[in-house]
Design a binder for this molecule. Sequence first.
Ligand code: SF4
Length: 371
Amino acid sequence: MKFVDEFRDAELGRVLAGKILATVEPGRHYKVMEVCGGHTHSIYKYGIDDLLPENVELVHGPGCPVCVIPMGRVDDGIAIAHQDGVIFTCFGDMMRVPGSNGTLLEAKAAGADVRMVYSPLDALRIARENPDRQVVFFAIGFETTAPSTALTLKRAKAEGITNFSCVCNHVTIVPPLRALLESPDLRLDGFIGPGHVCTVVGARPLAFIPADYHRPVVISGFEPLDILQSIEMILRQLAEGRCEVENQYKRVVPAEGNLKALEVMAEVFELRPHFEWRGLGFISQSALRLSNAYAGFDAEQRFAVPGVRVADPKACQCGEVLKGVIKPWECKVFGTACTPEHAIGTCMVSPEGACAAYYNYGRFARERVVS
Ligand code: SF4
């Protein structure tokens, strides 16, 4: 298949749904976690869950980069944005993530110079154009976006740009997955592996899931047929008593990952001893900070930040959604006090967030049809 609409072919979708139905054991309940927010978005957008048998449940995972940013980090960003002479840059959805005292968008309305960018290179361009201002980039994302931040910092260093720095919130996917697998709250049968992250890191970092926890993983693309085929591959592994890492997304994910991207990440970043995840608490070695060679670009060293841990609002159940313990519509404030226009939690802000995906595509009751 060459064209994207071929990966959305309804007839092939029905064939895969039939194969899934033929693979499951009646009477057994299957819980499959899609790790990545991009998968959650596709599942709701294309109604993939409606094509599955009643006993196959999809559980949403922690792989939405905006959703896992804790309130204290937003507060740190807002504190920097309010400092004299600062131009604060970030991705658009990050501007709407609530901190303890508002969002970056509200900080902008209150007079801070906060600008939306599409890439870290946009932020670097702003730094070049404003040599008398300090330009800060609020970097977020898993291993998927970390290489673009690393390359931007390499370029800033090579060009001798001194008015550019970065608040590094990049996180890594393996530690939260391990934490979920250790959690007594959740019994999972298999994982739809994060296709975008694996484009960079390859398949090997996920090998601990079958090796240590005896669960199958299928690295998956993001089109509806990709996801259906991945679910079928997971269920087939379970039916055959196998558990291994399989790669459904071979057209994009090389087994060894992107070696050049890994090389530049190793130069620019190092692991933080621990990092706070929204709703998941502190997880050891789960995030990146700038290495000593790039410490001069670290906004957390250049500016005073509160660095305070802030508890989530009482009504917010994002942690349970991110761990797959509850579904978005089971949160008490879903669709009432918490909507994409007035979000209480992060999962309603990012388009990759499970609450936003369900609100946008699935909040009206739909009849489940199993063919
Ligand atoms: S509805 Fe809002 S508060 Fe509840 S889990 Fe979703 S984003 Fe968080």
